[in-house]
Design a binder for this molecule. Structure first.
Ligand SMILES: [Mg+2]
Length: 306
């Protein structure tokens, strides 16, 4: 991890470097990511826990990262590559820092305040973590179309407002994050400490590593990436991101005056389509043009190996 370039690439996994969405992946995208990863400091930033992070690395043959931020920003790990597979060492310091927002309560204690809400259903125990409380919502229509007045269920905004109020009444400072799993057609609701989003965790990592802000690039595609995509980091939205997310992200950076910090991948980057890893690399090159020579030589190597 003694890389002289001191570039930190932070990327979401599902549907960002992992091609597990509906769009096509350009064949050289992941092989090129594997080449480029050797030149920089790589961190995955995911809703996945440590075990599912590990599964993704082997299943999709993506590079073993130097760091992993899991559970939507509530855990940070140093990752070491061993013959038996990646080993994850948790940063206790990060957990201590975010615990105060929940007054030391864990996800079980916090879920007690919400147990009578009908629109949401607890995810399986393995999807919960000390400071991450996760629900499913089948009524994903509440995101966009609440339906006719007589059968109308609450909108997401109204539901979030109530959850927010209930938690505030208990002195729990939380961040409530909606995402939609398009493939499964289900809404995902994550409740995490206020200062434990992917954005906060990336900033903590960047500060601990002492990396300059202009050498950090974040890549993502969905709702739980919005704080990191729009918070002022150099960020890339992969081309396969849902149109709704794209609109929200663009509106938010405009509002905050961060427009030039968000790069929506366009495709046509060394012949690749801008989806998934291709979009990540395109965005990296947009913000840090010095990486272009790595891209060229990486592609050349892939062609020679091919
Ligand atoms: Mg994603």
């Amino acid at each position: 991890m003694n890389r002289k370039n001191r570039i930190l690439l932070c990327s979401d996994l599902d549907r960002t470097v992992l091609p597990n969405g509906k769009e096509e992946e350009s064949p050289p995208a992941r092989p090129l990511l594997r080449k480029i990863a050797k030149q920089l400091i790589l961190a995955y930033v995911s809703g996945r826990d440590r075990h599912l992070l590990s599964d993704a690395i082997s299943e999709y043959a993506i590079p073993v990262p130097d760091f992993a931020i899991g559970d939507v920003g509530t855990s940070i790990y140093t990752v070491r590559e061993k013959a038996s597979g990646p080993v994850f060492e948790k940063w206790e310091e990060w957990e201590k820092r975010i615990a105060g927002d929940w007054k030391g309560m864990d996800y079980r204690a916090v879920s007690e305040f919400l147990k009578d809400l009908k629109e949401i259903r607890l995810q399986a125990p393995e999807s919960q973590n000390t400071y991450k409380l996760s629900y499913f919502s089948e009524q994903i229509s509440i995101f966009s179309d609440p339906g006719p007045a007589e059968t109308r269920c609450r909108t997401a905004a109204e539901l979030i407002k109530e959850i927010d109020q209930r938690l505030a009444d208990q002195g729990v400072k939380a961040n409530i994050i909606w995402s939609v799993d398009d493939m499964k057609g289900v809404g995902l609701l994550d409740i995490i400490p206020e200062k434990a989003t992917k954005f906060h965790a990336v900033n903590f990592l960047k500060e601990k590593l002492g990396i300059e802000e202009k050498k950090v690039v974040y890549a993502g595609d969905s709702g739980n990436d919005l704080p990191a995509l729009t918070g002022g980091l150099q960020a890339v939205l992969v081309k396969n991101a849902a149109e709704e997310v794209r609109q929200m992200a663009l509106a938010e950076v405009k509002r905050k005056g961060n427009k030039e910090k968000l790069y929506p991948a366009r495709g046509n980057f060394f012949g690749m389509n801008g989806n998934y890893a291709a979009g990540v690399l395109e965005g990296l090159c947009h913000f840090l043009p010095e990486t272009e020579t790595w891209m060229k030589s990486g592609l050349q190597e892939i062609e020679n190996e091919g």
